[in-house]
Design a binder for this molecule. Structure first.
Ligand SMILES: Cc1cc2nc3c(=O)[nH]c(=O)nc-3n(C[C@H](O)[C@H](O)[C@H](O)COP(=O)(O)OP(=O)(O)OC[C@H]3O[C@@H](n4cnc5c(N)ncnc54)[C@H](O)[C@@H]3O)c2cc1C
Length: 427
C-alpha cells in the first residue's frame, strides 16, 4: 500500500477503549476510519494483548465491532509531528509514515505517576500498571513476593491480576487516609455496578493486607530490591519482597494535543460537550480529558466518534450517561488526591530525572521547568520528561511551557521526513 492510501475521513490516535469506541462510532457515517497506535495491537493499557485472546467480554465486543465495521488498525506507529493541518507523521519500525485526515480524534490515554524516593530506581521497583504490563508481556511472577503501593484503584486491579498469575501479594499500601476510603465506599451506592466491582476485587484479594494512610519511604537492596520501608503515621517498618509495584495515580497524556494547539489548562485537554477540542474537527476522548476510568473512556469515545461523523443527536443521547460517570470520576480524583507529606519523599541526593541523572537537590536550585532544562537537562533524555514531568509538577509545581516537534524522540531518518510506504494492516 502506498503512503497516499493513508487518507482517512476520521483518524483516531490511540487504540485503547476510548479510541476503539470512537472509531467504531465514527463509522456510522460510512466513513474510512483508522486507528493508529504505538502498540502492536489494539486494546490500550487495560486490554493490552487482548486482541490475540480477549479475557473480558467487553474487550471482545469492542474489538469485534471494530473488525466488523472495517476500522483499519495501524499498529507499531507513534504519531510525532504535524507538518501541516490534516497531515500527521508517525514513526514505524520501517520509517516515517504519512497519515492524512479530515477529522482527528485524540485518545492518547494516561500514564502512571512515579514519585521519587530513595531507592526507587533499583531493579525490582516498577510502576504498578508497569509490572502488570511486564507480566502480560511474559515476565514470570509466580511465587514472587510483591508489594503494591501508591494511590488509586489501579493498585487493587493490579494486585488482583498479579495474584491470579501466582504472585504472593504481601501488602497493598494506599496513601489516601482511611477516612477518605470509607467515605468513597459509602458514596458508591449511586453506582451499583461499582459496588459489584469492588466486592469482586475484595474477594479476589481476600487475605491480602490493604493498609490506608501508608506509603513507601525507601526501597532497599544492593544490586536489586530486597525490601521496602513503609510509613504509616509515625510508625515505619520493612517488608521483604522481590518487587515493589508502585504508582501514584495517573496523569493524562496531553503532549500531542498541546502540540496540535489544543488548549489543556490544568493538564487535561479542554473539550466541549461533543468532545471537540478548542481546534475545529479535532476531538479528544478518554483519560487525556481527565482521569475517569474505563466506562468514562468508552462513553466519551462514543460521543467523540458520533460527533466526528456528524451524528450529533445520537451523541447528545449519551450526555446523561457521561454526566453520571463523570460524577464518579470526580469522587475518585478527590479521594485519591496525593497528600502533602509525599513531597518530602525525595532526599537531596535522590535522582528525580533518571534519564539525565538529575538529583532533587539540583532541581531545588532552579525556579522553572525551563530553567531546570537549561541548567540540569532534567526531562531532556529519552523519555522526554514522561516519567519525571509529573513528579516535578507535584514536587515543585512546574509545568512544561510548550510542546515542540518531534513530540516523541524519533530516528534522524524520520526527522528528515524519510517517508516510507508500509503495508496496511487490518485487525
Ligand atoms: C499502566 C496502566 C495500567 C492500567 N491498568 C488498568 C487495569 O488493570 N484496570 C483498569 O480498570 N484500568 C487500568 N488502567 C486505567 C485504564 O487505562 C483507563 O481507565 C482507560 O481504560 C483508558 O482508556 P483510554 O482509551 O483513554 O487510554 P489507553 O488505554 O491508555 O489508550 C491510549 C493508547 O494511545 C496510545 N498512544 C498515546 N500516544 C500515542 C501516539 N502519539 N501515537 C500512537 N499511539 C499513542 C497508547 O500507547 C495507548 O495504547 C491502567 C492505566 C495505566 C496507565
Amino acid at each position: 500500500m502506498n503512503s497516499l492510501d493513508h487518507n482517512y475521513d476520521a483518524l483516531v490516535i490511540g487504540g485503547g477503549p476510548a479510541g476503539l469506541a470512537a472509531a467504531v462510532s465514527a463509522t456510522q457515517a460510512e466513513a474510512r476510519v483508522a486507528i493508529v497506535d504505538d502498540n502492536p495491537g489494539p486494546g490500550g493499557q487495560i486490554w493490552r494483548g487482548e486482541h490475540r485472546r480477549p479475557n473480558s467480554h467487553e474487550a471482545a465486543e469492542w474489538l469485534d465491532r471494530a473488525r466488523v465495521k472495517h476500522v483499519e488498525f495501524i499498529g507499531g506507529a507513534r504519531v510525532y509531528d504535524q507538518p501541516e493541518k490534516g497531515l500527521l507523521l508517525a514513526e514505524t519500525f520501517d520509517g516515517a509514515l504519512e497519515l492524512r485526515y479530515r477529522k482527528l480524534i485524540l485518545a492518547t490515554g494516561a500514564r502512571e505517576i512515579f514519585l521519587p524516593f530513595p531507592g526507587w530506581t533499583l531493579p525490582g521497583v516498577t510502576g504498578a500498571g508497569g509490572l502488570q504490563a511486564l507480566v502480560k508481556s511474559g515476565l514470570p511472577i509466580e511465587g514472587k513476593k510483591v508489594v503494591v503501593a501508591g494511590a488509586g484503584p489501579l493498585l487493587l486491579a493490579v494486585a488482583a491480576y498479579l495474584r491470579k498469575r501466582g504472585a504472593d501479594v504481601a501488602l497493598i499500601a494506599e496513601q489516601a487516609p482511611l477516612k477518605s476510603l470509607l467515605s468513597f465506599g459509602f458514596g458508591l451506592w449511586r453506582w451499583p455496578g461499582k459496588i459489584i466491582q469492588a466486592i469482586n476485587l475484595k474477594r479476589e484479594l481476600a487475605g491480602v493486607p490493604h493498609v490506608a494512610g501508608c506509603w513507601p519511604v525507601s526501597a532497599n537492596g544492593e544490586e536489586r530490591l530486597q525490601s521496602v520501608k513503609f510509613r504509616r503515621g509515625r510508625k515505619t517498618w520493612d517488608v521483604v519482597c522481590d518487587y515493589l509495584a508502585c504508582g501514584f495515580h495517573l496523569a493524562p497524556n496531553v503532549e500531542l494535543a498541546v502540540f496540535l494547539g489544543c488548549e489543556a489548562p490544568d493538564g487535561v485537554v479542554l473539550v466541549d460537550e461533543f468532545q471537540q477540542t478548542t481546534i475545529p474537527d479535532v476531538y479528544c476522548a478518554g483519560e487525556a480529558t481527565g482521569i475517569g476510568g474505563l466506562e468514562l473512556s468508552l462513553v466519551e469515545g462514543r460521543i467523540a466518534g458520533l460527533a466526528a461523523a456528524d451524528r450529533r443527536e445520537e451523541a447528545r443521547a449519551l450526555f446523561a450517561e457521561r454526566r453520571k460517570i463523570r460524577q464518579f470520576a470526580d469522587l475518585l480524583n478527590r479521594t485519591f488526591a496525593l497528600r502533602e507529606e509525599l513531597k518530602s519523599l525525595p532526599r537531596p541526593d535522590t535522582v528525580v530525572c533518571r534519564c539525565e541523572d538529575v538529583s532533587f537537590e539540583q532541581l531545588e536550585k532552579q525556579t522553572t521547568w525551563r530553567a531546570a532544562k537549561l541548567h540540569t537537562r532534567c526531562g531532556m533524555g529519552p523519555c522526554q520528561g514522561r516519567i519525571c514531568g509529573a513528579a516535578v509538577e507535584f514536587l515543585l509545581a512546574w509545568r512544561p511551557e510548550s510542546a515542540r516537534p518531534p513530540v516523541f524522540p524519533v530516528k534522524v531518518g524520520s526527522l528528515i521526513r524519510d517517508v516510507k510506504p508500509i503495508a496496511g494492516k487490518g485487525q
